[in-house]
Design a protein around this ligand. Sequence first.
Ligand code: SF4
Length: 499
Amino acid sequence: MKRNFNDDISTPDKFVVTLELVPGREITGSKIDKIKNIARDACSDDRITAVSITDNPGGNPALSPDALGHEMQSYGMDVIVHFTCRDSNRVGMESRALQLAHMGMKNILALTGDYSGKGFGGRGTPVFDFDSVILTSMLNDLNNRLIKTGHSEIFKTGCAVSPFKFTEGETMVQYSKLKRKIEAGATYAITQLGYDIDKYEELLLYKREHNLDIPVLASLYLLGKGPARPMNAGKVPGVHVSDRLLHKVLQEYESGEGKKQAMERIARLGVVLKGIGYNGIHIGGIHDSYETVAQVLDRMDEIEHNWQDYREEFQENDPNCFYLYKQQGQPETVRPYKEKIKLNVGDNCHYLFLRTAHDWFFDKNATLAPVYKKISNSLDKSKTSWALKLFLEDPFKKLMLSCQSCGDCGIQHVGFLCPESGCPKHTRNGPCGGSNRGYCEVNEDKLCVWVRAFYRMKRYGETDELTGEFVPPRLWELKDTSSWINFHLDRDHQSNKAA
Ligand code: SF4
């Protein structure tokens, strides 16, 4: 029977099961054969709706999900293609999207992506011309263009979300970004991996509170002792395995029951997630055979009616973790969280200074805005804007923001921090999923730029601005020109001409 992920995910009360497959650097051989066999066998089990295939996981080269997925579609299995922003610019990404449309590959999981890993000759250039919100918007725009030329809707774009964050700042900016992804056109979400049921539930409560009406699948993983260690050490971006869980997994392997217990864990967590209202599960860590998944699903059928019995074993109740909602039915005191992140006075002054300067000089509704426009026009016409840039703009912005002269300033979207110099992935619409306890996935000794933005704005009750409007991509044609003049002459990304 031919699978249709979109039909299944759009059917109320249907519990969807998908599998994540991870190709490597081979094009043939036993590893690829195993992956193909898993997909073929999954196809003969009507409990599985689709397989999803990763896109250069960890930033390292691997067989393309487009090629492998296309082959799997020929078995009758529906495929979700992971599509990251790391390896190509907007031209390459649109070209890839057209290719996928041409191949009939409709389901996309739009991701910012892990940072660059190593390929031929060393580490690859991290492109990140778009973030996942902009990519989602581009796919939505492409859909509309194709519909106008007589095609039916092509892409169904989904997004990732991580409730497994420890600080208030990174939790709230993750949820703000989810809103933006949905506004940009995401029609379903898949969580990152974690094992705290209160965090899983937090996401559902947030969705309900903010009327975010999209189905969500929860990621589950066959947790062996091999992957559990790096996951616990924060080496797998966005994934969280607590010390308590690692200890348990190691003990299970010592007793010779490791795999059996890992399967039981997926089955138990799976039924609890179904019980609390998830629309499905997305199972990863299956590398050898489909049989493991079939056994897990059989076990879920057996224990489903008792799901509440298993809930407690997935409650971390970590006192160092921020929970947005108090535990159901418990007094607030069961969440004695104390925020660990405190910004220094310098950060606060930096924010206040730049915010004030922005309000005076870069607000189109400011009293003097027409004057700035006139000055900009005259500098531009007399071809002397370079002097303003060289003697005033560059020294000021280099000192304050480590400016990279992109000519299309986006600091106002990130709490007056620079998304180019401050974020290795140049995100403009919210954080990637990789931060760890507030710190950046790439520069581990620095706070994530969005976490800093959150705490800078929290002090003034301005964090709602982080869920503001969609921020278009930067305009590369403005590189090394004056962003001040570009702003006043309506040339930058804020001019609504960026398309
Ligand atoms: S600064 Fe934040 S959003 Fe940027 S790469 Fe680091 S963790 Fe991701």
